[in-house]
Design a protein around this ligand. Sequence first.
Ligand SMILES: Nc1nc2c(c(=O)[nH]1)N[C@H]1C(S)=C(S)[C@@H](COP(=O)(O)O)O[C@H]1N2
Ligand SMILES: [Mo]
Length: 217
Amino acid sequence: MTIEHRTTIEQRRPVEPTRGFTGRARAADRDPRLPPGQYDAADGWPVLSAEVTPELSPAEWTFRVDGLVTSPRTWTWDDAHELPASEYRGDIHCVTSWSKFGVRFGGASLDAFLAAAGPRPEATHVVAYSHTGYTTNLPLADVTGGKAWIVWEYGDGPLPPEHGGPARLIVPHLYFWKSVKWVAGLRLLDHDEPGFWEQNGYHHRGNPWREERYSGD
Ligand SMILES: Nc1nc2c(c(=O)[nH]1)N[C@H]1C(S)=C(S)[C@@H](COP(=O)(O)O)O[C@H]1N2
Ligand SMILES: [Mo]
């Protein structure tokens, strides 16, 4: 993952939709589901990857939880599918300014994985990482309590490879760069450890409603 590649990708900032002669949407016209500075991508779903889509079959995919846990564990595709099914229906928001409303992702709640591993009391943060080397940091509180999922379905079908299939993390209440594609695991830590984008100027938390896009926002 080179700087040039990263820059190219996040510079693909979509053009604001045309809003007529006033050039500005009236507050009353604005969809309340749209966080500040975002636009509705409607039927589109941009692919944003810092790496080439890996060839990763379900049989090769694994998900590990380790670090500050009592029982470090690795799940295979079949193991993960034995967990209670859980889905997210709602909106997603990318820092490059597109949002998508009412999407469905199916998989298992991250709570189910964490419960099996048993976070130690000292654990405050996690680093989530992919099979390709992408990383992102999150407070443990942002991935517990029904706020994060490991998903392998989009709509009624399998999650497409370019969107992180066989399986990805989703943390939909934060900007989508936290939602690691081709997710490989979660390491629990007693401190915050900036990931790939966070080391390159992105905000450590990324709350779209507070427009926490870049460090200092
Ligand atoms: N492994 C990996 N996960 C990733 C990324 C990436 O480059 N690699 N990009 C992130 C960013 S910046 C965004 S906006 C979303 C994009 O997801 P999408 O391509 O399915 O829209 O994935 C996030 N997860
Ligand atoms: Mo992004």
